[in-house]
Design a protein around this ligand. Sequence first.
Ligand SMILES: [Zn+2]
Length: 186
Amino acid sequence: MDDEKTVEQKIKTILNKIVDEENPCGSGRIILMNRRYVLLSTDYFTYDLTKDLEELFNAAGDAVLYKGGEKIGRDLYKYYAPIAKEKGVDVFDLIAAVGWYYGWATGEIVEKGENNGVYRMILYHSFEADSFIAREGRTNKSVCHFLKGVLKGIVEEHTGWKYTASEPKCRAKGDELCEFVYKPLR
Ligand SMILES: [Zn+2]
């Protein structure tokens, strides 16, 4: 067994033979804003994972990703809300910026509860839609279940209310962008 430095050296020698670009993961550990991340190919996440879950649990893949996304959304909100406050930035704008920084999508909030408590967000180049399109091409239904869950978690954590979620527009359906609508359950 080699020590970590030796193993790393061996890895770098092999990598030099197959790639020219600098390693975006730096030292092999991606630390962004004090948290560790991993790069996962969009070939796998979310497309393959959804298909595997569907095969294993009979079409529940969408629901699992949606549920998992919700938890992540709540966590993101709790993490970034105090930072937004400290920096004097709108929390939704900050989370949109962070989402862009991490390569999730180029997003914006377009309705913040002004009309009957409805929240609406748009995402250009949702990684989830691109993941689907790369493997299956166009479809007739929206596919961004994970991101729909993430945004729902954010909205619910922000307001303390429960919401219904929908994605009326999706790039996978041929729309220019993905649109998410959250209506309060009252
Ligand atoms: Zn979509």
